[in-house]
Design a protein around this ligand. Structure first.
Ligand code: F3S
Length: 413
């Protein structure tokens, strides 16, 4: 792989041991994927920010990098952690995770990260521009950035994200190259997509077929909301390893079908109609009984608009006494929702707005038995896909209206 003089100097240790180690990681990665060179970047979203993933060994690795003089040379935002910083005890998180998480978060902050701890960096100030090369982790955010923003990133893991933040470089392969960004197969949407959950169901359906390939959708209204597109992005990256999609007439690299496919023919053509939507939704409903105990809204993290919808559904009502309702979001979304009075409404009704973590990145295998949770009920296709396998809770999956009724009535009607 070609390296500039500056990059060769970094690899030889001229900028210290932390940068040397980082450059070794990037060169190994680039050579493994056949990159011809590194590309300069100024934007990293760090995936390895939860101690559920990092544990003691990963935390120590990050601290060592900091102690060796490592400092971030790009803008860096961080993904959710394993802990709500103020309500950890109340929601069932162990003190040991709280302590370890503080070490990891402080280490990232000490090297210059914006520790926003959210999977929606594009809503809290890290807004990618069209064509920008970046190194982002968090699969849902990667799909959103590539597809909706037209930025260019592969799916980075914790070590490669850290290495890019220390050097301002990422290997140029995969989705950094225009020729790899075209669609492979076509999905004709021939059913009404009414809400975020329908978009998530479409993502689940398409992701299962896609593997790592890029789907192209036709038939999506030209005016989907940001929340709908983030639900689609998250689900595509869950049931599949998708990094990008095109929606003709919606996303910036797909003004026409021909441009979405780069002038090539689709390898296959599928239809997502009423029947496919119904079957995909049923596949995400794994819990046969009506029992409801843990409800999750906010995967990916809730926007202020989503928090408002939850508050409106709870106006003058109470969450059922046997139900825990979590709405997970970023700290800055929380602050804005608090200013609008939505947080108070949710709290008074018995729900909790959780910051900086989610059931997937917190230790749910500990939280669930501690709190007696046996099921998970959600409007998120991503969470419904992961909950049974990752933390052993069968799911109820449906739109916000249905989920909020379950929150109030205590049954999945
Ligand atoms: Fe975000 Fe956690 Fe879902 S990181 S996308 S809320 S699984």
């Amino acid at each position: 792989m070609f390296l500039t003089d500056e990059e060769t100097g970094m690899l030889n240790g001229e900028k210290g041991p932390a940068v040397k180690k980082a450059m070794e990681i990037l060169v190994a990665l680039g050579e493994g994927f056949g990159a011809k060179r590194l590309v300069t970047i100024n934007n990293v979203h760090m995936a390895g920010s939860s101690v559920l993933v990092a544990e003691e060994a990963g935390t120590k690795f990050v601290e060592d990098i900091q102690n060796q003089g490592g400092r971030f040379v790009t803008n860096v935002t961080t993904n959710p952690t394993a802990v709500d910083p103020t309500q950890w005890e109340e929601i069932g998180i162990d003190e040991s995770d709280h302590i370890l998480q503080n070490r990891l978060t402080n280490s990232y902050a000490g090297m210059g990260a914006n520790t926003c701890n959210t999977c929606i960096p594009y809503l809290v100030g890290n807004s990618p521009r069209f064509g920008e090369h970046m190194a982002w982790g968090e699969s849902s955010a990667v799909v959103y950035a590539n597809s909706v923003c037209g930025a260019r990133t592969n799916r980075e893991g914790g070590p490669s994200g850290l290495a890019s933040a220390l050097t301002g470089r990422t290997p140029e392969y995969g989705f950094h190259l225009k020729e790899n960004r075209h669609g492979k197969f076509l999905i004709k949407v021939e059913t009404q997509l009414n809400d975020m959950t329908d978009f998530g169901t479409l993502g689940y359906f398409a992701g299962k077929i896609a593997g790592q390939d890029t789907p192209v959708f036709t038939g999506i209204s030209s005016n989907p909301t940001l929340e709908q597109l983030k639900a689609l992005s998250a689900a595509l990256a869950s049931s599949g390893a998708v990094s990008m999609f095109h929606a003709v007439g919606v996303t910036p690299e797909a003004p026409t079908l021909d441009e979405a496919f780069g002038g090539r023919e689709p390898e296959k053509i599928l239809v997502f109609g009423d029947k496919e939507k119904e079957m995909a939704e049923a596949a995400l409903n794994k819990e046969p009984s009506d029992h409801v105990d843990w409800i999750l809204i906010g995967c990916p993290n809730a926007s202020v608009q989503e928090i408002r919808e939850v508050a409106e559904a709870l106006q003058g009502k109470k969450v059922h006494k046997d139900v825990s309702l979590w709405v997970t979001t970023a700290g800055s979304m929380y602050a804005m929702a608090e200013r609008m009075g939505y947080i108070q409404t949710i709290k008074e009704a018995g729900g909790v707005v959780v910051r900086e973590t989610c059931p997937f990145l917190a230790r749910s295998r500990v939280i669930a038995p501690k709190k007696g949770y046996k099921t998970l009920t959600t409007n998120s296709a991503k969470m419904a896909f992961y909950a049974p396998g990752q933390f052993g809770l069968p799911t109820h999956y449906g739109n916000l209206n249905r989920v909020m009724k379950a929150a109030i009535n205590g049954v999945w009607g």
